[in-house]
Structures are given as C-alpha cells and as structure tokens.
Design a binder for this molecule. Sequence first.
Ligand code: FPP
Length: 238
Amino acid sequence: MALPMEKPAPPQHIAIIMDGNGRWAKKRGLPRTAGHAAGAESFRTIANYCRTLGVKYLTVYAFSTENWKRSQEEVAGIMKLLRSYLEEALRDMEKNRVRFRFFGDLTRLSPELQKLCSDAQNRSEEYDVQVNFCLNYGGRDEIVRAARAFAQDCRDGRHSPEDLSEALFSGYLYSADVPDPELIIRPSGELRTSNFLLWQSAYSEFVFMNVLWPDFTPEDLDRAIEEYHRRNRRFGGT
Ligand code: FPP
C-alpha cells in the first residue's frame, strides 16, 4: 500500500504584495477603500493560515513610499484599517501568538499610529509567527538609509569602508534579524516587484497569480507553495 505523501515543509519566510484591492472594488462599483477593507480581511485569514502551516515570518507590503500620491481619502482609509487592526491585535496578542515588526520610515505616520506600532513591536511574548508590516516602505529607500547609516558609522570611527560585506550591510536594513524570504507572492496579475524587498529578494522565488488580493484564499497560498516546491532552487550553482 502506498504511504500517503507527506507535505513538504513550507518556506520559513513568505512575503506578499497585497495587490488588486482597487480593481476588486471597481468590479463591484464600490469605493477603493472598500477594496482595502476586503484586503485587510484577506490578510487576517492568510496570517492565521500561515501560523497554522508553521510559516515563521510573513512580510506584507501594506503601504509604500509611493502610496502617498493617492487621494487623501484613500490614504486615510488605509491608515484607519491599520489602526483598527493593530488595536485588535494588541488585545488578542496572547491568543494569536503573533509578533510584529515594521519595515519603513514610521515618522511620517500619525503619532497615534506610531504609538500603536511601537506598542505592538514592544510586546514580544511567546509567538509562533512574526508579521513584518512594510509601512511607508520602499526597497530603494531602505538601501539608501542603510548606506547612509554605514557612512555615518565610518565617520564616527565605528567602521571603515573595507569592513563592508553583504552580511554587514544586511544588518543596516529594516530586516536586519530576519532571514530572506524564500517565496514572494504577487497576486492581481501584475508582473513587477514595485520596489519591494529589493535586497532581500536576490534569491527569492517569485509566484505571480491572477487572483485579486481580496479574493486570495488559503487554497491560493497552498498553490503558491506547491509552485515554490516544484522549482529547483540552485542559488547560482548547477
Ligand atoms: C494595493 O492594491 C494595495 C495597497 C496599496 C494597500 C494594501 C493595504 C491593505 C490590504 C490594508 C492594510 C491593512 C491591514 C490590516 C493589512 P491597489 O490599491 O494598488 O489595487 P489596484 O492595483 O487594483 O488599484
């Protein structure tokens, strides 16, 4: 009798570009903010599912450095969703066993949202999954800030330029203590990285899917993970 096939372990770090909220709303004749609200629900479902699967890190692109160009109403709508999610998460921290980190320059956020981010980040009880929220985040901005911080350390005598290695540079990024994502998923049919995790994605497998983020289900995540397992990861070797 054939033994049932064991599911291979999921990647330890999955990153997602939560794209397609606007189109999802447009298709239904709803305001864009309704698409983001539905996207926030998808995020809740997928974060829970990642925890069930044993994924250790989930990084999501929630707001980019370029997203400030959107209407004031849309920006305020996304910020409101983040606020209510973090308030709820702070209440349920022990039950959900999630730890939060934030990648991005938070100083442009409202003082209230900054406080929620720092409260969530400072609460690091027992946890199963770490969620990294990219907020006012851009991959190029992250690299420029890291380069600036290293230059400052050289000026202050803590380092000299010859010290710089890939490992040392990684330590200046928002993701300093987080392993690189093995899998990056972009739903919504767009085939771009849009300034997401530029440094960290050097060897990531990208899976692009034709589903809009608010329609993304745990089965879609299973499909993306299956696709990841089908690929032969060689890291430049043979
Ligand atoms: C991209 O879709 C999505 C965003 C810019 C915002 C993502 C934010 C959320 C899902 C809500 C955040 C809150 C929580 C709790 C995670 P788009 O608007 O560019 O879609 P489109 O390309 O179809 O217009």
